[in-house]
Design a protein around this ligand. Sequence first.
Ligand code: SAM
Ligand code: SF4
Ligand code: F3S
Length: 457
Amino acid sequence: MSQSAFSYPVLSQKTYFIRTFGCQMNLHDSERVSGVLDACGCLEAAEPAEADIVIFMTCCVREAADQRLYGQCSSLKSLPAAPSGKRVVAIGGCIAQRDGERLIDKLDNVQVVFGTSAINHVAELLAHAFESDEPQVVTVEDPACDATSLPWHRETPYHAWVPIMTGCNNFCTYCIVPYVRGREKSRPIENIIDEVTGLVRTGVREVTLLGQNVNSYGRDRYGAPRFAELLRAVGETGIERIRFTSSHPKDLLPETIDAIAEVPAVMPHLHLAVQSGSTRILKLMNRRYTREDYLDLVQRVRERVPHIALTTDIIVGFPGETEEDFTETLSLARVARFSQAFTFIYSRRAGTPAAEMPDDTPRERIQDRFDRLVHVIEDTAHAFNQLDLGQVVPVLVEGVSKKDSHRLQGKSPKNQTVHAPVPEGIDPGSLVGKIVDVEVQTARTWYLAGEMRGEPR
Ligand code: SAM
Ligand code: SF4
Ligand code: F3S
């Protein structure tokens, strides 16, 4: 489908609401779906009750997500009629890609299902759904679909998510992502650089480069530049802050560590998912590194970028995890000194190899391990933040604190949340997207707080 299809008149003045679950990939896909709908003349609604079109961008990485989607779909049935008289419910994202037609059978108020490689069809499918009661489903990969060429509705003017690749080739044994997002496909470097250059021109100050494993960027394109070169090239565009996620430890090359250390715009923050501290469990997970490899990598990164913030993902309760395995995870977290961790209880995903592994650890024991891990992460995060007491840190302002509209909130280079009172006479709204220096006076587990110094820039 070409961009000319965005002129479907039947969608003009329709109101839409999108709820997004899952990772940054989905967040970005939602920005593209909104962009397409805006280009069709639709208007964004503040809540489902005010919307003619309700779209769920779904995630299936853990089991609870399926239940949540079913609950949310059925709660739409009790809403008052849509403003236009007809409400079309659409499901996109990873559950849509996995289940396709079956969602129409399971959820009787859903009319449209579009897979992760079919977001260029969303306007066409919605338009048909308004005209007929026939279900509209597309989950096959469309070779002509290049989501990065679709219109784009960004939530924040100063930050942009920039996908550099889609899919994943790693097949970690617990993970559903490679089955729903397909194989790795890197965007050509020129495309990415053009996009970032354009973003800089429109006032974007920070980009986050996205991929399930950015460290394997370019591997699917023979002779093409790899991730370290991409970081250096993005650093030349004039963008002030570069972040990226996610990094697989087995593919973090020395030249990438050099680029992180040497490109001034690359922020001193590395999200390096470890998943477990036990070599035995890592092998069962098919992660292809050992505990020692990971800790050696952390040491090499810290030698090049001494104050780097290291964040991670950890799964607790993988099938067969023993107390000894878990103790290794706790000790790795302490040695690695994570500044933050996304901790997950293992969730069985049908169709993955781990779903067939014997799994008899009682639920309470797993919950107890999870709680102990959270305490260790709180300790390491608290200790990490103390290092910034008395320092002046440049903060990219995201908005004001929810509790106090005269307290700005933003992110430090190390991705810490920072608060500071807005000085008298300054409109807090005028600071959004500005970089302000904050002298850190308080360092808590999940945020820093201090006073603004100098002028916003
Ligand atoms: N590609 C990223 C990486 O490897 O760093 C991870 C992407 S995945 C969407 C985000 C996190 O979800 C994973 O790092 C893992 O910790 C968690 N996850 C994936 N499958 C899971 C499962 N079946 N149960 C619990 N957590 C899971
Ligand atoms: Fe899932 Fe592993 Fe791929 Fe990450 S690297 S998306 S955890 S299979
Ligand atoms: Fe979820 Fe799909 Fe992302 S399964 S975590 S939304 S790639």
